[in-house]
Design a protein around this ligand. Structure first.
Ligand code: SAH
Ligand code: F3S
Length: 433
């Protein structure tokens, strides 16, 4: 009988891909198969996130629950950014944990499994050329890492300390992965990195020099690839060449994530983001000029140390001007190992909560207005999900989630759809052809 793996993945898309890598390695080396039931698992693995404080607290209570319900002899592992950050401290606080595997070390999963109390959290470790075995959680969409780590030093962010310096993965490996995925019927490639448009600044070996724009061209030349998405680009590196390629290349989906963080140039400076409010607005305007239908999403942090009412209003200004399709908003959470942890001009927590709700309410009004303009539009939808109420769902090129009446025969297909009903979260439509 095969062994069973229960895996929980928290945080960003890079963690989703890391989990796929670990599942693939465990399956190839040890014959593990996935289960949804932690009670029958031989290995329970939590792939963690440490970007904000709350999920880190939750980890330890969750580990306690898993320890109680696990079957006799089952192992528990902790991987990801909290593993990198807390290291052996995790085993100190939860002695029943069998191994700790950092975000930069996921290729070692097969090895740590057999070393009880192993802690592998080296952030200089280079797995940029490691050829992982194959596992994809979706038959329709392939996540592909293009770099590991991050070279930026945003003062609020713990990621460079948990994922280490940025190293680009050689383009021929990326293209080979895209080719393999396309041969297996995948139409959509999702390129991943903490800072994708910084691609090519550093490789670990002697590799062909290339920037992100050129990489996009290479991937789009792969036969069978019909759609390309990527996350996350950095607003600082959105040069004209990149935006022009984004606009011109029909395979690149017209949805862009532009993590703003704050609309105040003062706060952006304190965050060490490297751009101003004006630069951000200029890039967004250029994007809209070349791609009028582009959907832009963003990340915003409120109540960063020193944020005044006026600074906060500037963030709302940018939202008013850019009109984001989606805003991931967070209240600033001080993180260890970051520069901002030592900043003393903190914002009162209640003020932060109030700003966060104001911002979200404001976004809702913008979104409601934007959604009405979708009514009657014709878009191409790539169907990826079967809903149990007789619907199939998928995304348009510019990232609008649309449900239509239909069955599994539509899965994996791209069809023209007319939008017939709109709401904040989901749209309904009819298939035209
Ligand atoms: N380079 C990655 C960033 C990863 S962190 C990317 O662009 O996707 C994802 C988001 O979490 C950040 O964009 C930021 O908005 C938020 N975040 C990071 N550190 C935070 C902190 N200390 N407090 C609150 N939000 C934070
Ligand atoms: Fe974090 Fe800034 Fe890098 S948000 S992941 S340090 S680009």
């Amino acid at each position: 009988m095969s062994k069973k793996l229960f895996i929980e993945t928290l945080g960003c898309a890079m963690n989703v891909r890391d989990s796929e890598h670990m599942i693939a390695e465990l399956n190839a080396q040890e014959g593990y198969e996935l289960t949804d039931d932690a009670r029958e698992a031989d290995l329970i693995l939590i792939n963690t996130c440490s970007v904000r404080e709350k999920p880190v607290h939750k980890l330890f209570s969750e580990l306690g629950v898993f320890n109680k319900l696990k079957k006799e002899g089952a192992k528990i592992g902790v991987s990801g950014c909290t593993a990198s950050h807390l290291g052996k401290e995790i085993i100190k606080r939860a002695p029943y944990v069998n191994f700790v595997l950092g975000a930069r070390n996921v290729s070692k999963i097969g090895e740590v499994l057999h070393r009880d109390k192993a802690v592998e959290v080296e952030i200089d470790y280079d797995e940029s050329q490691f050829a992982f075995k194959d596992f994809r959680s979706s038959p329709y969409k392939a996540y592909i890492n293009i770099s590991i780590g991050c070279d930026k030093q945003c003062t609020f962010c713990i990621v460079p300390k948990t994922r280490g310096d940025e190293i680009s993965i050689p383009a021929d490996l990326i293209v080979a992965e895209a080719r393999k995925a396309a041969q297996n019927g995948v139409k959509e490639i999702f390129l991943l990195g903490q800072n994708v448009n910084n691609y090519g600044r550093r490789f670990s070996g002697n590799h062909e020099k290339m920037n992100f724009t050129e990489l996009l061209r290479r991937v789009s030349a792969v036969e069978g690839v019909e759609r390309i998405r990527f996350t996350s680009p950095h607003p600082l590196h959105m040069d004209d060449e990149f935006i022009e390629e984004f606009a011109r290349n029909p395979k690149i989906c017209k949805s862009m994530h532009m993590p703003l963080q704050s609309g105040s140039s003062e706060i952006l400076k304190a965050m060490k983001r490297g751009y101003t409010k004006e630069w951000f607005l200029n890039r967004a305007a250029k994007l809209r000029e070349l791609v009028p239908d582009v959907s832009i999403s963003t990340d915003i942090i409120v109540a960063f140390p020193g944020e005044s009412d006026k600074d906060f209003e500037e963030t709302l200004d940018v939202m008013r001007e850019v009109r984001f399709e989606q805003v991931f908003s967070f209240k600033y959470s001080p993180r260890p190992l970051t520069e901002a942890e030592g900043f003393t001009d903190t914002v009162d927590s209640e003020v932060g909560s109030e700003r966060l709700s104001r911002l979200q309410a404001f976004q809702d009004t913008i979104l409601d207005e934007m959604k009405t303009t979708l009514l009657g539009k014709e878009v191409e939808v790539y169907f990826e999900e079967l809903r149990n109420d007789g619907y199939v769902a998928g995304r348009s090129d510019n990232n609008v989630m649309i449900k239509v009446k239909g069955c599994e025969e539509w899965l994996g297909k791209i069809a023209k759809v007319k939008i017939t009903e709109v709401s904040r979260l989901v749209q309904y439509g009819e298939i035209l052809a």
